[in-house]
Design a binder for this molecule. Structure first.
Ligand code: WTA
Length: 651
């Protein structure tokens, strides 16, 4: 972490907004003043200006019993109407909502009118299957238009979606279905990835067999045309259900605090947490940030966020923010390198994408491939670039602006989390002078501070812990079914200030630099993984006696997962270390999902532990990152580290 601080302190490049950009910018300096003068009135104003309410609210915020926040709570609205019907009613039914690009090269576009009709049919289909307000629906789909339609249809009838990333295993899906007691699963036969069909329905079948039995029906989108098993009475084709459903649907309004979705994310213990978001406040901040941070001009912009709907970025900046704002956007099913490494740039050229929002890992991967590939495509339509998910190093930031943005586009580095629901810290294009590597300033209406472990504000440029000092509209409302864990994880540390779990520092200009997680959560390619979850998966294997997992720096993925395992004596002589490693890596991928597969599994005789038995991960990190090993005096057996070091060098 010290390396990062020293490095970023030297970053002196500054990019003031161009006059041309500032003149047409959506965000205004006045919004900062408005928010500073009266924060609650600022958000109330945004909620009225950006959304259509069935019953207007009269109360802005109830924070009388922290950490339970209630925003706009006597107002009612329908989230799907806000994303669809009202744009049609305003005369924009012909505007394209989605340009879908399938990995094999098929494409489909939906106007707002067409998307609205599809969602109405899907809402009717769900209702006729008995789904009602408050029911949980699990969604396990590729990034195809049906995923967006399914989410909005669930929202339209007041049910709660729980989207599970299509790369998660049957076991991960099953535990999420059980935790939320989902009554319906929406999936596809398969989707396209890396030039092949990636089966999904078989994983759903396997998952349901492991659950406690809440699922009554499975809706199956036909996409991959792969062979699948069919359970009569439970499985229903999506296209048949929609064809039978009426295209008319009168929406009902729901309370602003009505739950909208649950999204599971890794925590510091083994079990993922179901982060709960509600309707009015969430949609307000989603729409506001999408408009102001991305400088959205809905009549002319073509926006593309490359996130999958399985992550919060896909929820807020593929589905709810852009559609609430009536944007035209691109969604792409596949991987960036299929069938050729210029696929993204080809898509930007094809649709004339003007705003691109992606992750540092992707940018660093492209950097490694060089400038020649993007150079073959016309990227001049791009006028704004965004980054999310992990700190972006200044080199990648500048490369992104120069090579992809033609040396002129603003780059906004946006800090936020599954829990915060929407962007919290970011430059505003056209206003902020940009500083590569820094997420910069809280957006208007958000109050951030950096505290010492004891809760005192950090006044110097030394790092501290990032907190949000006041409730915000899109904040999580809890952890599904576990209010104690909600309290413990985020509020026990600093009372009514939200503890984000990130380290940060503020420079002399007041700009914020994120320094990574301060807890046992790793960030691999912008995806959150818990060390505890991977450790418990490793020790669940019959060979493993003990396991320690750490995240180490990686030039492309930010961090990489490294595991140290002790094999049970009874199995020690069964295989050589390479075979143990291969099997254990695959085991984690199968149990959790391919994104959790450790980069390396080192087989060791013992783990470094203190006398009280605590594993000293810090020392393992020293070895893995090639540093001299730190203080080992607290180890029960200091010789252990020598052996681990020799073994790591040897392989
Ligand atoms: C990290 C993703 C630095 C951070 C939206 C946070 C970032 C975690 C940034 C949340 C950024 C996200 N700069 N770090 N711009 N954006 N992070 O829940 O550690 O998947 O706590 O939400 O990603 O990850 P999550």
């Amino acid at each position: 972490m010290t390396d990062t601080i020293d490095h970023t302190l030297e970053e002196l490049r500054r990019f003031p907004p161009s006059q041309h950009f500032s003149e047409q910018a959506v965000a205004t300096e006045a919004e900062y003043h408005e928010a500073a003068a009266d924060r609650l009135e600022f958000w109330a104003h945004r909620a009225r200006e950006l959304l259509e309410w069935e019953t207007p609210f009269t109360r802005v915020l109830d924070w009388s019993t922290p950490p339970v926040a209630r925003w706009f709570d006597d107002g009612t609205l329908n989230v799907s109407v806000n994303c669809l019907d009202r744009h049609v009613a305003a005369g924009n039914g012909d505007r394209i909502a989605l340009h879908f690009e399938g990995e094999p090269g098929d494409s489909r576009s939906y106007s707002y009118a067409e998307l609205t009709t599809a969602v109405k049919r899907a809402a009717n289909a769900l209702s006729s299957l008995g789904v009602t307000a408050g029911d949980r629906v699990a969604i396990y789909l590729p990034l195809i238009p049906e995923a967006v339609i399914a989410m909005l249809a669930v929202a339209r009838i007041g049910a709660i979606h729980s989207v599970v990333f299509g790369g998660f295993s049957a076991e991960s899906l099953a535990s999420r279905i059980d935790d939320a007691e989902a009554s319906l699963v929406i999936t596809a036969d398969g989707g396209y990835r890396k030039g092949r069909v990636f089966p999904l329905k078989p994983t759903v079948d396997e998952a349901i067999a492991r659950t406690r039995g809440s699922v009554r029906q499975v809706l199956v989108v036909q996409r991959g045309d792969n062979d699948i098993d069919w359970q009569e009475g439970r499985d229903i084709w999506w296209h048949e259900a929609l064809a039978d459903a009426s295209p008319n649907h009168t929406p009902q309004a729901f309370a602003a605090e009505h739950p909208l979705f649950i999204l599971y994310t890794s925590g510091t213990t083994g079990r993922p947490k179901g982060i709960l978001h509600t309707s009015g406040g969430y949609l307000t901040q989603a729409a506001f940030t999408h408009r102001s941070v991305f400088d959205l001009h809905p009549q002319t912009d073509v926006y593309w966020c490359t996130a999958d709907i399985g992550w919060i970025t896909g929820h807020t900046y593929v589905v709810y923010g852009p559609l609430a704002n009536g944007a035209t956007q691109v969604i792409y099913e596949g991987t960036p390198d299929t069938p050729h490494p210029g696929r993204w740039w080809e898509i930007i050229e094809k649709y004339g994408v003007t705003i691109l929002y992606t992750a540092p890992t992707a940018i660093r991967t492209f950097m490694k491939l060089g400038t020649e590939i993007p150079g073959r495509f016309d990227l001049r339509s791009l006028r704004l670039l965004g980054s999310v998910g992990e700190p972006i190093n200044p080199e990648a930031w500048v490369w992104y602006r120069d090579v992809i943005g033609g040396g002129t586009t603003p780059v906004v580095d946006t800090w936020w989390q599954t829990e915060t629901g929407a962007i919290m810290i970011s430059a505003l294009p056209g206003i902020t002078t940009l500083k590569p590597g820094s997420a910069q300033v809280p957006i208007p209406g958000i109050n951030i501070d950096i505290l010492t472990d004891g809760g005192a504000p950090v006044t110097s440029e030394d790092g501290g812990l990032l907190v949000v000092t006041d409730p915000w509209p899109s904040m999580l409302r809890g952890i599904w079914g576990d209010s104690e864990r909600f309290q413990e994880t985020y509020w026990d540390k600093f009372g009514d200030k939200y503890f984000a779990g990130d380290g940060a520092r503020r420079d002399a200009d007041g700009d914020i630099w994120l320094l990574g997680r301060v807890d046992d959560i790793m960030n691999v390619s912008g995806h959150r993984l818990s060390t505890a979850e991977i450790e418990s998966s490793l020790v669940a294997h019959p060979w493993t006696a003990e396991a320690a997992v750490i995240g180490v720096s990686d030039a492309i993925t930010g961090q990489a997962v490294i595991a140290y395992c002790v094999i049970k004596q009874s199995h020690e002589s069964d295989h050589d270390p390479a075979e143990f490693e291969r099997v254990l890596r695959d085991h984690v991928a199968k149990e959790i999902g391919a994104i959790a597969r450790p980069k390396r599994v080192y087989i060791v005789g013992e783990l470094p532990k203190t006398r009280s038995g605590k594993i000293m991960r810090r020392l393992l990190r020293d070895v893995a990152e090639g540093r001299p090993i730190g203080d080992t005096t607290t180890l029960a057996d200091p010789a252990v580290m020598k052996l681990i070091e020799q073994m790591s060098r040897a392989r």
